[in-house]
Design a protein. Structure first.
Length: 330
């Protein structure tokens, strides 16, 4: 019999922002809720089949960082991209737009090196200080799935299966690549560390689950879902993993917790699949259904799925204002 496990309510966006559209929200490496909010009266447009609103070409917004009752705001003026991801960085924030605008060259030329002058690449990651000023902006590729920063100030971007990136060649031209999976950047967007080139034999079609811990990062890429461990020096290990469909991950030593979710009985089920890593293998040990704090099953898919060491934070689809917490060791 599968046991039930109740999630804890971790953080809620304050009521003063109830009239705002939430473009992005997350839980940072200090456990704080960070959100990008904006007044929808600026001309936000509905997206068919989605609960979100799309911002106009230029708009103002506010980054909100909530640390318990302490609330800090960073005003952002005249934004020009639809930013879908946020995290904190130092006393400021980093924003990312999941999708890039077309580069302006015909698709038939994607197989040949192209000069920088011909490409119109979008700086879709922006690092902004505590006063709202842009410190740096850089192109991070199309198809960003998650954006997380770590305690050392690195920026991690994971990607879904439509991802692509124009990589720099030694002669200064750029070449079109795809299936980039996971990338680590410094705060200035310098030359990136890319997971696919450092994990031969592993397919990085889609980074399904990501856990950016204090010292170590874990990831489970599609199609085979191996558990990949990465530190400051690069890939430490690649462990075969029988737990597939894992879309979230918490890691505490040898103990693992994978988030799985599916439709059931006309509704949704969030499931935790516990496992242990030992002797170069991952072995599943138990399963449990996740319930919300009021003992109800969720009414939508789990979104966010922010993994940091032994904790995993999620919110219900359509409600990025309220985050729930799962702890491996609780």
């Amino acid at each position: 019999m599968v046991a039930d496990r109740r999630l804890a309510l971790h953080a809620t966006l304050p009521d003063r922002y109830a009239c705002c559209e939430v473009l992005a929200s997350t839980i940072d490496h200090r456990g704080r809720l960070a959100a990008l909010v904006a007044d929808p009266a600026q001309g936000f447009a509905p997206i068919p089949h989605f609960s979100e609103l799309r911002p106009p070409p230029r708009y103002d917004a506010t980054a909100v960082i909530c640390d318990g009752a302490d609330i800090r705001q960073i005003p952002l003026i005249d934004l020009g991209l639809w930013f879908t991801h946020i995290d904190t960085l130092g006393d400021g924030i980093v924003l990312a737009a999941a999708r890039c605008e077309p580069v302006g060259i015909h698709v038939e030329r994607y197989q040949e090196p192209t000069s920088e002058g011909e490409l119109r690449l979008t700086d879709n990651v922006q690092v902004i200080d505590g006063g709202g000023q842009t410190r740096s902006a850089f192109y991070a590729g199309d198809g960003i799935k998650q954006l997380l920063t770590d305690a050392q100030g690195n920026i991690w971007t994971s990607y879904f299966d439509e991802s692509n990136y124009w990589s720099i060649n030694p002669d200064g031209t750029r070449s079109y690549t795809f299936m980039i999976g996971l990338v680590r950047w410094d705060s200035d967007g310098g030359p990136p560390w890319m997971a696919p080139s450092h994990t031969p034999g592993v397919v990085w079609c889609d980074c399904y689950a990501l856990n950016v811990g204090r010292d170590v990062v874990h990831a489970c890429p599609y199609t085979d879902f191996p558990l990949i461990e990465i530190d400051a020096d690069g890939v430490r290990s690649v462990t075969p993993n029988p737990v597939t469909r894992c879309s979230g991950l918490a890691v505490s030593g040898s103990e693992l917790a994978f988030l799985d979710q599916h439709r059931a009985g006309g509704g949704f089920r969030w499931e935790i699949r516990r496992a242990r890593r030992q002797g170069g293998a991952v072995t599943e040990t138990e399963r449990g259904h996740l319930l919300l704090p009021d003992d109800r099953h969720p009414t939508g898919w789990a979104r966010g799925k922010i993994g940091r060491d032994g904790m995993l934070w999620v919110h219900e689809d359509g409600d990025p204002r309220r985050w729930y917490r799962y702890e491996v060791d609780a």
